[in-house]
Design a protein around this ligand. Structure first.
Ligand SMILES: [Zn+2]
Ligand SMILES: [Zn+2]
Length: 399
């Protein structure tokens, strides 16, 4: 199987390098990745995938499908291709997308030979900003899929690890304006409510887990010193290692807002001002297959998983279905992400060699699930176990 996978990959490696390089040359910000989405779609169509453009009404999202017509697992690969403002592909998403698309294409040829199941490659825009995967989760599209696989450029091979859950919430208070000198007694001060809220959050911070973070700014504290402010707004981030703990803190902040509103006579409103990211819950059974794949296709060592202090929209997917977000090297020395040096590393022979490897590894990971029905069962059992323990909390409309 190793040789077969390598042979199929060899047939598309030129196209994959061109895909990665051409997207490097045309960096596009989130939700504007028209060039990148089309480049992926063209290659997938060439290899027999059915492509649904502008998936879910997102201009630069797409869904590419391949079906064997036989029953079997429904596997999903996810491609990202958005760039960063100012530095282009500083996160290496040009190569990330090529890796996922390559993995899907190789697997599609393996599936033709008697395996059952369906294969989907999702083009997921705007990972760095308005995570397209969040919308896909909210639209329930992972309900028809069994598992999701992707890998991110790094300076080492690493198994899938964790990432932080994050919620961005705005707290608004509504009072009543009055002349601050002549008739302050007629006013209801929305800034006072926000200040009480801010101080309440600061006090709460002493009693939260040291791994969690709550931080915020005052976005609107009134317009003029001689008018009692009738409106105020503070924007806050809540971060924690689990979605459950973010929800717990969210509830505490709501109580503080209630208290601040009651104390001042204001009313209040809370709304998410950016997409929430859930923590990444790696499916360890699937992760082991990825690690096995690294051993099959690469001479490089596999380093420990990262204890990520960031957030990503793949986390949201991991609460819907079993998922992994592994890492592959594009440099043989440490380069921090989100830099020009990291971006330019995607144009080196070292990176191209590892692109070839990761394409094989991703295809191999999918193939192992297709050829061994017990494996999918174990993967699903682990997911169910995490669900029972509350480690996994699937999206609900009111979230
Ligand atoms: Zn990034
Ligand atoms: Zn990234």
């Amino acid at each position: 199987m190793k040789e077969k996978i390598k042979k199929i990959e060899a047939g598309i490696q030129e196209d994959l390098r061109t895909l990665s390089d051409s997207i490097y040359d045309h960096p596009e910000l989130g939700n504007q990745e028209y060039f990148a989405a089309k480049a992926h779609q063209d290659l997938l169509k060439k290899h027999g995938f059915q492509v649904e453009e502008k998936f879910l009404g997102l201009d630069t999202a797409f869904k590419a499908s391949f079906s064997t017509g036989r029953p079997g697992p429904r596997l999903c690969y996810m491609a990202e291709y958005d760039a960063l403002p100012g530095i282009g592909h500083g996160c290496g998403h040009n190569m990330l997308g090529a890796a996922s698309t390559g993995g899907a294409i190789v697997l599609r040829y393996l599936m033709e030979e008697g395996l059952g199941g369906d294969l989907v490659l999702l083009g997921t825009p705007a990972e760095e900003s308005d995570g397209g995967k969040v919308t896909m989760v909210e639209e329930g599209i992972f309900k028809d899929l069994d598992l999701a696989i992707m890998a991110h450029p790094d300076c080492h091979y690493r198994p899938s690890g964790n990432s932080l859950a994050l919620k961005a919430l705005a707290y608004e208070f509504f009072g009543k304006p009055a002349h601050a000198g002549a008739s302050p007694h007629e006013g209801i001060n929305a800034l006072d409510a926000l200040v009480l809220f801010y101080n309440g959050v600061s006090v709460l911070r002493q009693q939260i887990l040291s791994t969690a973070r709550i931080h915020g700014v005052i976005r609107d504290g009134g317009k003029a010193a001689n008018v009692i402010p009738d409106y105020s707004r503070g924007d806050f981030y809540i971060r924690a290692q689990s979605k459950a703990y973010v929800q717990e803190l969210e509830q505490k902040l709501e109580n503080i807002a209630k208290g601040a509103a009651l104390a001042t006579g204001c009313s209040f409103n809370i709304f998410p001002y950016e997409f929430a990211n859930d923590n990444m819950v790696t499916n360890e059974t699937l992760n082991q297959i990825f690690v096995e794949g690294v051993g099959v296709f690469s001479e490089d060592p596999i380093c420990p998983a990262k204890d990520a202090m960031g957030s990503m929209d793949c986390g949201n997917v991991s609460h819907e279905i079993p998922a992994i977000h592994g890492y592959f090297p594009i440099a043989d020395h440490e380069i921090p992400g989100h830099t020009e040096a990291f971006r330019d590393a995607t144009r080196t022979d070292y990176a191209y060699k590892h692109l070839d490897e990761i394409v094989c590894i991703l295809a191999y990971t999918g193939w192992r699930v297709l050829e061994d029905p017990d494996l999918l069962k174990k993967i699903q059992e682990e997911y169910q176990e995490n669900l029972k323990k509350g480690k996994i909390i699937p999206y609900k409309k009111e979230d």
